[in-house]
Design a protein around this ligand. Structure first.
Ligand SMILES: [Zn+2]
Length: 522
């Protein structure tokens, strides 16, 4: 059973919606810059569980928070430090957008992130953290948290080992004078207002030195993260909310939020779905600094179905690892094709189920799996000016392509070209050499190439035939396979490795191959 089916069934069998009707599923992301692809795993997990529940006839809503009410605490390396330094410490909603046309910083990067959700076929109901705070729905919870600040401090100490001094309050006030929240420190709650000073110096954020009192309601202040997390569950009646591995350790933020929910707000925490990381090239989130690691960069590499497979294909307890500059890109396409093959063969197992789930719900009924040419073959052919993709695909399939298959082929060719132009490693880049490259060949290699040229002189050969002939040459000459293939790749591609040689040679004009073989042995 796939993880999403398993989790949906467990929820259906063990829980009832808090409001008696509809399960509320929630996820969030603080938009502190370009969003790392790792955050897509949460979107996909919550989104797919919502879909599975709906499929089982269980009413639910998936709500996603665009976190725009946290401080802008560091300037990403792709932005101009000079332009953004003065905004450090302000809430993200008060930092200007890097590009015109967006209300603020969080909207700019949030919009890019939402576009990725859409492409992957997920469409939660969105809201902004500022909307929730400004609506006043958090006010009674802020009040409780402030009144019970000593309990909050106790939980922080006992659960996570984090010690706060006796005057510490779990809110961060937005300074009325300079508009920053990272520079303020709140103390002394009198039931209606808190005192605060704007004199903290975290990192680069400059404080204004203001001191005053403010009523911390309706978006003038924000609860600190772990308290905020618990309060948001209560404010909205959240039933289901998972979290990444980094939050899910004992004493971690989820553990703390659970304690606060139970002990401070008297609320049973939502059903948890702890999940593993989405690594990029074997590395954990580096806050989206690395090229190719953002949700947008990663989703640009794949058609929707394959991107969705990357996100949902592995169990939540397993790590996902995709390296845009590595073999994991063609391997992901291969995985998708394997699932498709199973569907065409009429299998009804977890793999065919997974293939279906790579489509959004509206496309699932009567889904077929069109034949597809392997991504690495497409990537090779699009680099060979003399090869016609449709014709080669027809040969590989052994039959004419259907409309649907042609469409998929063209789509795949676009993605292959994009990958080759951006991240693809050298071993996937081929350039057919117009002139014979300067190559030192051994006598044995020359002998093998001569025999191969003679063989081609006798008539047109298929890839299969050439493949078999090359294998015969190994014992006939005799020659080591490595030596033989090096010679072939060197004289045609000026490199040591390449695609399957028999089919590669069969795809080239016969006269061209014979001339090249003869030139090379001279
Ligand atoms: Zn200030």
């Amino acid at each position: 059973m796939l993880w999403a089916d398993r989790i949906a069934s467990e929820i259906r069998d063990t829980r009832t919606p808090r409001d008696g009707k509809t399960f509320l599923i929630r996820d969030e992301k603080t938009i502190s810059g370009r969003v790392h692809v790792g955050s897509m795993r949460g979107v996909a997990i919550h989104g797919l569980v919502a879909e599975m529940l709906a499929e089982q006839g269980v009413a639910n809503e998936f709500r996603f928070e665009i976190g725009d009410f946290d401080p802008f605490d560091s300037i990403p390396n792709y932005l101009d430090v000079g332009k953004f330094r003065e905004h450090l410490g302000k809430p993200l909603c008060a930092v200007p957008s890097p590009e015109p046309g967006f209300a603020n910083y969080a909207e700019y990067f949030g919009t890019e992130f939402i576009e990725v959700h859409k492409k992957a076929g997920f469409s939660p109901n969105y809201y902004r953290a500022t909307e929730l705070y400004r609506s006043g729905k958090m006010d009674s919870l802020i009040k409780t948290a402030l009144e019970r600040a000593s309990d909050v401090r106790k939980i922080l100490k006992e659960v996570s080992g984090s010690e706060k001094d006796w005057s510490w309050l779990p809110v961060s006030v937005v300074c009325e004078k300079c508009g920053k929240m990272m520079t303020t420190r709140a103390y002394d709650f009198d039931g209606e207002t808190v005192g605060y000073t704007c004199d903290k110096h975290p990192d680069d954020a400059v404080s204004c030195g203001h001191a005053g009192r403010t009523a911390p309601w309706k978006g003038t202040a924000k609860l600190f993260w772990k308290v905020d997390w618990a309060a948001k569950w209560v404010a909205q009646g959240v039933d289901i909310e998972g979290g990444g591995k980094d939050h899910s350790t004992k004493g971690g933020s989820r553990d703390v939020a659970n304690h606060i929910a139970r002990k401070v707000f008297n609320y049973e925490p939502p059903f948890d779905i702890p999940y593993e990381f989405f690594l990029v090239g074997g590395k954990k989130m580096s806050s989206s600094k690395g090229r190719g690691s953002s949700a947008k960069d990663m989703c640009d590499l794949f058609p929707p179905q394959v991107f969705r497979l990357a996100l949902i294909g592995k169990d939540i307890r397993e790590q996902i690892d995709v390296d845009p500059a590595g073999e994991s890109v063609p391997r992901l396409y291969d995985w998708y094709d394997e699932l498709g093959t199973g569907v065409r063969e009429g299998k009804a197992d977890d793999y065919s189920r997974l293939y279906t789930l790579c489509e959004p719900p509206k496309n699932r009924a009567g889904l077929t799996a069109p034949w597809q040419m392997r991504f690495r073959e497409v990537a090779f052919i699009v680099q060979m000016p003399h090869l016609e993709l449709h014709k080669e695909a027809g040969k590989a399939k052994g039959a004419e392509l259907t409309e649907d298959e042609i469409q998929r082929l063209e789509e795949r060719a676009r993605y292959a070209k994009f990958w080759l132009a951006t991240y693809a490693p050298e071993e996937f880049k081929y350039e057919l050499q117009e002139e014979t490259p300067e190559v030192e060949l051994s006598q044995v290699q020359k002998k093998a190439l001569t025999v191969l040229a003679d063989y081609l002189q006798t008539g047109e050969r298929t890839g299969e035939e050439l493949h078999l002939r090359l294998h015969e040459l190994k014992t006939e000459i005799p020659i080591q396979p490595k030596e033989l293939f090096h010679a072939i790749y060197r004289i045609f591609l000026n490199r040591d490795s390449g695609p399957k040689a028999g089919w590669f040679l069969a795809g080239l004009p016969r006269d061209f191959v014979i001339t090249r073989l003869n030139e090379a042995v001279q």
